[in-house]
Design a protein around this ligand. Structure first.
Ligand code: UTP
Length: 300
């Protein structure tokens, strides 16, 4: 068996400019899908995949994330006095155990690669996962759990979750090409950041979940800036690919890009419709909203 994936890095130091003014004083990662903050949703996914240590790379205005993963004694005692045992149990279940979280700061948002590099001492010399909290993957088993299965099956290496996107959108993303196709995974042979449609090796995009070997830190140490002047994780992975295998996982599930307003709204609608406690009432409201807008979802 390859070395287990025990640690996950959550880069949460970005500015969240696409969500201003909501993100002026509040981190994007605390935006909620129905009633769960994005960061809680991805921590749940990591726990399901067997992660034991949760490393948050934070920035300014992000201390609320640290508070979220702490006990709130006043709140808990009030809930206890009021006999709100369901809410108390939920808070208890959501909380990682004592000593299972670490927080470090990315002092300047110099890019995703730089954010991951900031976690190097906390990760140490072992393979680890990176989870982007604004990409919500609705899947069962969860996306990271599916990736860990492939990691074990392929006896280690690096693993990236990928998904299909319409060809006309490939220029917005990191795109991979591959060989040796199996049911849900393949060997990655090419990685291109934001290619033109004609230059894209496929329409499979890198979608926010990675399992990486610690040698990535030696590459990120060089702090080479790429697209947009940022230190890009894709550039570092491309270099690492010269020395180590990379496996792509076409995970089964649906992705919601919650860093984007439409993706975020879609996640809220889709996940609300899956919640037994609110779905019937929400469906009625949604029907009403749609009928007051001409009975259809598009306007002409
Ligand atoms: P994004 O580019 O989607 O996030 O990065 P952003 O920069 O916060 O958002 P916009 O584009 O300005 O609206 C994906 C993830 O990587 C983190 C972000 O917090 C987000 O979770 N990130 C990005 C960092 O931690 N540091 C960075 O320098 C850049």
């Amino acid at each position: 068996m390859p070395r287990p994936i025990r640690k996950a890095v959550f880069p949460v130091a970005g500015l969240g400019t696409r969500f201003l003014p909501a993100t002026k004083a509040m981190p994007k990662e605390m935006l909620t899908v129905v009633d769960r903050p994005l960061i809680q949703v991805v921590v749940d996914e990591a726990r399901e995949a067997g992660i034991e240590h949760f490393i948050f790379v934070t920035g300014r205005n992000k201390s609320v994330i640290e508070d979220h993963f702490d006990k709130q004694y006043e709140l808990e005692s009030t809930l206890r006095k009021r006999g709100k045992s369901t809410e108390l149990d939920m808070l208890e279940m959501d909380l990682p155990g004592a000593g299972e979280t670490s927080f470090t700061r990315q002092q300047e948002p110099l890019g995703l690669g730089h954010a991951v590099w900031c976690a190097r001492h906390l990760v140490g010399n072992e393979p680890f996962a990176v989870i982007l909290p604004d990409m919500i993957m609705k899947a069962s088993p969860g996306c990271l759990a599916q990736m860990v299965s492939v990691y074990n099956e392929r006896n280690g290496g690096n693993v990236i979750a990928v998904e299909e996107t319409p060809w006309e959108h490939v220029h917005r993303y990191g795109v991979v090409g591959g060989t040796d196709w199996k049911a849900n995974h393949f060997t990655i042979t090419q990685m291109v950041e934001k290619p033109k449609r004609e230059a894209a090796p496929s329409n499979l995009i890198i979608s926010g979940r990675y399992i990486l070997q610690p040698e990535i830190f030696e590459i990120l140490d060089k702090k080479e800036a790429g697209a947009g002047g940022e230190i890009q994780i894709t550039d570092a992975m491309k270099k690492l690919m010269e020395a180590q295998p990379f496996h792509g996982v076409r995970y089964e599930g649906t992705t919601y890009d919650c860093g984007d307003k439409v993706g975020f709204l879609a996640a809220n609608v889709a996940l609300a419709l899956e919640r037994e406690d609110i779905a019937p009432a929400f469906r009625d409201v949604l029907d009403q909203i749609i009928s007051t807008h001409g009975g259809k979802l598009t306007w002409d």
